[in-house]
Write a protein that binds this ligand. Structure first.
Ligand SMILES: [Zn+2]
Length: 623
């Protein structure tokens, strides 16, 4: 039969009712290069892989499979079996996402090449990569009826590729929370499949930090299946948990599992029989579309990772936080709870709200700054009053909905920026600094507004992710070419050390003593505001050398505009330090308030130039 006819027949042939595990048992070969146990694949070796794999079969109604598995349990091979099944049996377009483009490249060169060359039915369908025009490149593999695209979660372009029926996101806890400002990479990838009624999505990972682990969040939204195995003594089905593993005198070889029911201890030799009789049981309600599986290293088959190995790992790791975290994540497939992570809670802050009038500067308020976060369909705006020693009061938080690329929205912002805010004991004040984030999709619009409203204290800022940066740095001119026109006066953009500011602010939110640095919230502040304010926390990350670094991370899918607005408003306060003598700023600001109250010329700038008279605010306009 000619090649085109074979291809045509292949395309028309209905998919036979074959499952992924059946396909793997029939066709998959493990190479001696990539596997410790070369030869034909046997699902019976790792019986717990059968159900997750079969949920990926065309015959299953499940659309999303979530695997939170320990290392050395075979989850990578389960994924490889699915790839083989798709190529050989249920062809269609597939997107395979690795944490980085570099890792996708490595996967393609190493694992994928050996999967294809060692498995005859796959080698027949994919031309060798060395031949020219074979449709087999590093990032794309053509096969009859489909193709496989590889990319990294750090490439928005790669994730925005053509529609794909199959999506495989591997090691999703290593994915960034945002890719190129376009949002969550997993959501971006999943969007590719929305048009396919018979889509399949596989998400796998070992977990990382509690509350920040994508795979844990996905597992918790699933039906949470655990692998139940019978106790060799009493036959009661249970899923294996680390605290039940016991040993004597720090001696790993004595490791034995204590049944939760009959409390008999049994040795690992029983594992093969237990695994054979094991079954997945859902522990949460199911929506019928997502199947979630969690499996610790305790289930690893004999000869892979033993209970004694695990005890040995644990004994070595238990006094060292980075090692213990790695043990918990990769051996137990559980998330790690950071003990020093910020304890600031939304509920705690809500209880702390005070009776002062919203939208009015309280006694003690000497300066006003505004933080504006620019989203694709709205502006979020917080107005903060500041007093001596950086005591702060939230005056107002609001959102203005609209398209930031249109003038109307910015005119509405004027109503906040240009208005006067009444003062409880003094004259009304206008904002000193209005800091607007220029890091989103509307940089040109922010620059333009900052230019037009510069005299009212409006500045463009840009967050810096690096640690150890000052709250706000030196402004730099940006030569904007807006709508093809080169502007004579470029806007100034100030870098904001978000990491530094968040560390300062969270330290203050933790404190419950009024006075210096205390942040006040009025009674009208909503629970949603505090949820957003506490949407990030600091976690320890370990680099390759095992050195911990602290990093602020956002809880998956949480909104954090209230926090960003506070960060920008606080950066705005710090901008004032560049312009006032920091040692006497609060005295100067107090004089300014008194001065304007008596309609006097304010004396605010020691060594610097004189401001125009009558300026209750807007000292920035002096510049
Ligand atoms: Zn028992």
């Amino acid at each position: 039969m000619s090649t085109w006819r074979t291809a045509l027949m292949d395309g028309l042939r209905p998919e036979q009712p074959l499952t992924v595990s059946e396909w793997a048992d029939k066709h998959r070969r493990l190479s001696s290069k990539a596997s410790a146990e070369p030869g034909p694949w046997r699902t019976s070796r790792t019986p717990y892989l059968r159900e997750p794999m079969d949920c990926l079969s065309s015959t299953s109604a499940v659309q999303r499979v979530v695997m939170m598995f320990a290392a050395q349990t075979g989850k990578t091979e389960a994924g490889a079996n699915w790839l083989g099944y798709v190529i050989d049996h249920a062809p269609g377009p597939m997107l395979l996402v690795q944490p980085t483009v570099e890792m996708a490249k490595r996967l393609s060169k190493q694992r994928l090449e050996s999967l294809i060359t060692e498995t005859p039915v796959l080698a027949e369908k994919i031309a060798p990569s060395r031949s020219r025009d074979s449709g087999n490149t590093m990032f794309a593999k053509d096969f009859p009826g489909g193709m496989m695209l590889l990319t990294g979660s750090n490439s928005a372009t790669g994730l925005r590729s053509t529609p794909c029926r199959y999506i495989f996101c591997d090691e999703i806890d290593a994915f960034p929370s945002d890719v190129d400002g376009e949002g969550d990479p997993v959501s971006l990838a999943e969007k590719r499949a929305t048009t396919f009624a018979r889509r399949k999505i596989l998400l796998t990972s070992t977990p990382t930090v509690k509350d920040f682990s994508r795979i844990e969040a996905e597992f918790e939204r699933s039906d949470q299946r655990r692998f139940y195995v019978p106790c060799p003594c009493c036959n009661v089905m249970q899923w294996l948990k680390w605290p039940q593993l016991k040993w004597e005198n720090n001696e790993p070889s004595t490791a034995a599992y204590e049944c939760e029911v009959c409390h008999e201890r049994f040795a690992e030799i029983h594992k093969p029989a237990m695994l054979r009789r094991g079954e997945w049981r859902a522990t949460a309600p199911s929506n019928g579309k997502t199947a979630g599986f969690q499996l610790s290293g305790l289930y690893s088959p004999l000869g892979w990772l033993s209970w004694a190995d695990m005890v040995d790992d644990f004994l070595r790791a238990k006094t060292d936080a980075p090692m213990l975290k790695s043990f918990v994540n990769t051996r137990l497939a559980e998330t790690w709870e950071e003990d020093f992570a910020s304890k600031v809670s939304a509920d705690g802050l809500l209880e702390r709200c005070e009776h002062y009038e919203a939208a009015m500067v309280p006694e003690g308020g000497l300066a006003l700054t505004v933080g504006v976060d620019v989203q694709d369909n709205r502006l979020a705006i917080s107005v903060w009053a500041w007093g001596r020693e950086e005591e702060g009061w939230l005056l107002d938080h609001q959102e203005i909905y609209g398209d930031p690329s249109r003038q109307e929205l910015w005119k509405q912002l004027d109503e906040v920026v240009l208005r006067e805010w009444p003062h409880a004991v003094g004259p009304a004040m206008r904002p000193d600094v209005v800091a607007i984030d220029s890091g989103g999709h509307f940089t040109a619009e922010v620059y333009q507004y900052a230019r037009e409203r510069g005299r009212q204290g409006v500045v463009a800022i840009k967050g810096q992710s690096q640690r150890g940066k000052p709250p706000i740095g030196k402004g730099s001119k940006v030569d904007v070419n807006y709508q093809g026109r080169t502007l004579k006066r470029g806007a100034l953009v100030y870098p904001v050390g978000g990491d530094t500011v968040k560390t300062t602010l969270f330290g203050r939110l933790k404190h419950n003593e009024q006075g210096a640095g205390f942040l006040h919230f009025h009674m009208g502040t909503t629970g949603e505001y505090f949820e957003q304010l506490t949407a990030e926390k600091q976690v320890l990350r370990y680099n390759r050398g095992g050195f911990p670094t602290r990093e602020w991370v956002k809880k998956p899918s949480a909104r954090n505009e209230a926090l960003d607005c506070l960060v920008y408003a606080y950066a705005g306060l710090n901008l004032m330090y560049q312009r006032f003598d920091r040692r006497t700023i609060w005295d100067q600001l107090e004089k300014r308030l008194e001065g304007t109250g008596k309609k006097k010329k304010p004396a605010l700038l020691g060594s610097k130039q004189q401001p125009p008279s009558g300026a209750a605010s807007g000292f920035v306009s002096n510049w």
